[in-house]
Design a protein around this ligand. Structure first.
Ligand SMILES: [Zn+2]
Length: 379
């Protein structure tokens, strides 16, 4: 729980992006066998487009949809002057592109976020922007990775992250220096890594889509222990091949999920907060006692899915994953944003000062005991 931040997000080479140009998508024989089996079992997989990995910064793509949503396409050339290209690495241009698409995000607040483009890219080459807000002094006592926009049509999750970036900077600015080394850690000792939008291609598509540009649900694409056995059968039997919940041809088939995995391995968060909508509940996967509520969201453990981030973080990496299911996918009332933030601060304070002994909390299931959710539809 006392990991040190060894390097910040900005400027760090990103393994996936540097490896992409030379690595074939399914180059190894065993991968071919697995893919062939998957195509056999899932006929519709054969119809999925096989696109080349897009190089960082590249605005080219192989699908009509990509051409329609990329300003570099001839048909969109006339709009390029007024609508910044989404692949820009200039924060001002990115904010001018993003703000009109997300209620609650204004361009000036977006520019003040301090987001960095890093090296991670979406399928269409859009930067996966992120920013670290670190303690003003000393090593962090707790590290939180906050993730929005894993589903591109859940706009409220993106605006929440921008709102909380501003709040975390307020905490940092008002933090008082420790009177002594033995002072209790406070919320000012938390290091944050903010990722407001993991699925920019889905959000910027018109209309916005849950899935990424390959048609993959990123929240079913993580390499959970049950992925190879259960992900495809679950999609076929329980979702009736719902295209909004396609887990991908294989775990980590998508550049966005590979990049997020690298963030987890590099940042070593003590907590991952993943924001979704619109089911209006709080879920928690992992060992420590979960908060009973965050704002108006009540704790309601719903189980895990093959390939979901809660499954991967909570059960594979042993990093607790707090999933916020906001009540409305388009916007969050400002009062609710503040209430959730304040409740999270209280919970973090308890974890830092008295880990694992929160008397009022409900204990979440022991890792490995959760069953695959087969009932309610949640993210
Ligand atoms: Zn979602």
């Amino acid at each position: 729980m006392m990991n040190n931040v060894t390097n910040e997000f900005r400027g760090r080479p990103e393994p996936e992006a540097t490896a992409a140009p030379t690595r074939p998508r399914h180059g190894r024989p065993i991968a071919m066998v697995v893919l062939s089996c998957a195509v056999f079992l899932v006929p519709s997989l054969a119809a999925l487009p096989r696109k080349p990995v897009v190089l960082p910064g590249a605005a080219v793509s192989a699908t009509p949809r990509a051409a329609a949503s990329t300003a570099s396409a001839p048909a969109a050339a006339g709009a390029a002057a007024s609508a910044p290209v989404a692949t820009t690495t200039d924060l001002g241009q990115w904010c001018a592109r993003l703000a009109p698409a997300v209620p609650g995000v204004d361009a000036s607040g977006c520019r003040a976020s301090g987001l960095q483009p890093g090296a991670g890219r979406s399928v269409h080459g859009v930067p996966l922007w992120a920013n670290d807000v670190l303690p003003a002094a000393g090593a962090p006592k707790f590290k939180v990775l906050l993730l929005g926009g894993i589903h591109g049509d859940e706009l409220a999750s993106v605006s929440l992250v921008f709102d909380w970036i501003a709040r975390s900077k307020g905490v940092k600015a008002s933090a008082m220096p420790h009177p002594s080394k033995t002072a209790r850690p406070t919320i000012a000792d938390v290091a944050w890594r903010f990722v407001p939008l993991l699925n920019p291609d889905g959000l910027l598509h018109s209309p916005s889509t849950r899935v990424n540009a390959h048609g993959v649900d990123l929240n079913r694409n993580f390499p959970t222990a049950d992925w190879a056995r259960d992900a495809q059968p679950y999609w076929i039997r329980h979702t009736k091949k719902d295209p909004r919940r396609f887990p991908g041809p294989q775990a980590l088939s998508e550049p966005e999920s590979r990049w997020l995995l690298a963030q987890i391995d590099q940042f070593h968060p003590d907590l991952i907060v993943s924001v979704h909508a619109p089911y209006g509940l709080l879920d928690f996967d992992g060992p420590p006692p979960a908060p009973r509520r965050l704002g108006s969201l009540q704790l309601d453990p719903v189980g895990v899915y093959p390939g979901s981030l809660g499954n991967y973080g909570g059960l594979v990496k042993n990093v607790p994953v707090m999933t916020l299911e906001l009540k409305n996918a388009r916007a969050v009332p400002p009062r609710e944003l503040a209430a959730m933030w304040n409740d999270l601060q209280r919970w973090l304070n308890e974890q830092m000062t008295n880990p694992g002994t929160q008397a009022s909390a409900q204990r979440s299931p022991v890792p490995g005991t959760k069953a695959v959710n087969a009932g309610r539809r949640v993210d």
